[in-house]
Design a protein around this ligand. Structure first.
Ligand code: F6R
Ligand code: MG
Ligand code: MG
Length: 382
């Protein structure tokens, strides 16, 4: 049976005005390039969207993960959008394209990628998470709740297919190493690592039932490490498959009702409360935030994306989809209000910790220069 691959590749290559929202012409440029990709059979289907100042390319195909043609297609789309951003002096034009030449894989070159290959079940409900102004480990707490915590996912207790548990691939994002831990047996070891959100992040979650395969994947390509210096928080994406032996959509969304504090926000150097919202509401407007999270849903059918659009509209409509926008509704108002209250409280600390991150985690800091300048005045105080 042919396997389906989903590649969700994202980048921030410029926005209007400040780090706010990509220009519609940039999204259009990406759509044009991906349409070409469908025409010449590199990909089967696609959807282009944005969260805050980041653009996300959702692509489906049968070429597997880390495929050169797929990554090249995404790179060309971002390059085309960058041309427009540069021409009109948009803010941060081309910021996530760290190299002038494409080398076969977007990893380490700036964009973030979450990819999964699986054999399609009879029905494939899939959630795409996309965040702005935060880092990959922002997904660690909700993913642990979804796949490890029976008080969140009752399915772990009452659905026999889930009782086996899951394997967690955990990445040491600084040390470029990883480990796979088996839950529930090694849940505490797993939590001991991933609760350190600075150093560890969940990369992938695999179903122990091999017939189902991969359950979730997160983009964990740290921009600071790839660039050699910090050029921005990753604004990570994640893909989660749902239902029939995997957590239900409702179990997957539920943990986001807790507005957890995440690193990022203004100058990638503050703690703010994660704000779940619709794509339309994802423009950062309060202190460049608060860190936003969007979740959209598609069914996958024979390698094609199915949302609420008419799937029989014909060739001209390729790439034109209407996904479900999960955080759009009023149910999430209470979390948004709470998130704003917490974020405003955190701002009360001004530049003091814990309003800001520890200095070696900060995207911006003047501390080394200040210490250097003051070095010979720094003396034991009597
Ligand atoms: C965070 C972000 C913004 C900028 C901030 C300062 O990811 O994009 O919060 O860090 O607006 O930006 P510059 O230094 O470009 O003025
Ligand atoms: Mg930006
Ligand atoms: Mg961003």
């Amino acid at each position: 049976m042919v396997k389906t691959t989903i590649s969700l590749i994202k980048a921030d290559v410029g926005s209007v005005a400040g780090h706010s929202i990509p220009h519609p012409r940039m999204l259009e440029a990406c759509r044009r390039i991906l349409k070409e990709g469908v025409k010449n059979k590199t990909i089967k289907d696609f959807y282009v969207t944005r969260v805050g100042d980041d653009m996300q390319l959702i692509m489906t195909h049968d070429k597997g993960e880390n495929n050169k043609d797929i990554h090249k297609l995404a790179w060309s789309a971002f390059l085309k959008a960058t041309e427009f951003a540069k021409k009109y002096h948009l803010y941060g034009a081309g910021q996530d394209l760290l190299s002038d030449a494409f080398s076969g894989n977007v990893k380490g070159m700036g964009p973030g990628a979450a990819e999964m290959e699986f054999e399609e079940r009879k029905s494939e409900p899939t959630v795409f998470f996309m965040a702005d102004k935060t880092e990959p480990s922002a997904y660690s707490l909700p993913l642990s709740k979804i796949f490890m915590d029976p008080f969140t996912t009752t399915g772990l207790v009452i659905d026999a297919r889930m009782q086996l548990g899951f394997n967690f691939e955990i990445q040491d994002v600084i040390g470029h190493k990883g480990i796979t831990l088996s839950t529930p047996e090694e849940s505490y070891e797993a939590l001991s690592l991933i609760s350190d959100t600075y150093r560890y992040a969940i990369k992938r979650i695999l179903c122990k039932d091999e017939k189902i395969g991969v359950a979730a994947v997160v983009s964990t390509d740290k921009l600071n490490v790839s660039a050699g210096h910090y050029v921005g928080k990753d604004d990570p994406v994640a893909i989660v498959r749902a239902q029939s032996g995997l957590p239900a959509i409702g179990e997957i969304l539920q943990p986001f009702a807790f507005p957890q504090l995440v690193a990022g926000w203004m100058r990638g150097s503050h703690y703010g409360a994660l704000y779940p919202c619709s794509v339309a509401d994802s423009t950062p407007t309060y202190f460049d935030g608060p860190p936003r999270l969007c979740a959209i849903g598609f069914q996958i059918c024979d390698g094609m994306l199915v949302g609420l659009e008419d799937p029989e509209k014909g060739e001209n409509a390729v790439g034109e989809h209407m996904p479900l926008d999960y955080f759009e509704g009023s149910v999430w108002d209470v979390t948004r209000r709470q998130s704003m209250n917490i974020s405003r409280y955190m701002r009360g600390h001004g530049p003091f910790m814990p309003g800001t991150l520890a200095s070696d985690e900060m995207e911006y800091t003047t501390k080394p220069e200040v210490l250097k300048k003051l070095a010979d005045r720094m003396k034991p105080l009597i």
